[in-house]
Design a protein around this ligand. Structure first.
Ligand SMILES: [Zn+2]
Length: 167
């Protein structure tokens, strides 16, 4: 490590200590040329989560976009802000888990994970989200979706064939 005082590259590590959550290691170093002491941090480089879109192009995952979608579909549902925050958080967790170590997920898988979590929280918000995600084009599709939900007595998911299977 380059000494911030004299620019020398000769140093020794005096002390190494992991941060309390284990996400970084702090090293206390001493320059062998001028004796200056300085600190360096070592962290795992997190790969950006990438979304593969329908046209096969990629874009970085954008949590604010997902949050916006959730706010729209839960509008006027009188859900506690906590409940909405938790919902967004749970969807994000599910997405990260599904993306795995490659940190890649398809946009349709994001939609499926979101639908699953929204379904647990609010059925109306679910139908709203589904209508956009599945691009309902007529009233009949709404009715079908709602009928499927009504048939699902125990509220288990999915109430219908997943969009994945329909393709
Ligand atoms: Zn130095």
């Amino acid at each position: 490590m380059k000494c911030p005082e004299c620019g020398s590259l000769n140093d020794k590590v005096i002390e190494s200590r992991p941060s309390s959550d284990g996400s970084s290691i702090r090293r206390r170093r001493e320059c062998l040329d001028c004796g200056a002491r300085f600190t360096s941090y070592e962290k795992v480089e997190e790969k950006t989560l990438m979304v593969q879109k329908k046209d096969k192009s990629y874009e970085p995952f954008d949590l604010s976009k997902l949050e916006r979608g959730i706010r729209i579909c839960t509008d006027k549902r009188h859900l506690e802000p906590d409940v909405i925050d938790r919902l967004v958080h749970n969807i994000e967790d599910a997405i990260v888990k599904k993306a795995g170590s490659k940190r890649i997920i398809t946009s349709s898988a994001i939609g499926e994970e979101a639908l699953k979590e929204i379904y647990r929280v609010d059925k109306v918000a679910y139908v709203r989200f589904a209508s956009v995600y599945k691009s309902f084009s007529d009233l009949q599709q709404f009715i079908q979706e709602i009928e499927q939900i009504a048939k699902t007595v125990d509220g288990s998911y999915p109430p219908f064939e997943s969009a994945e299977e329909n393709r």
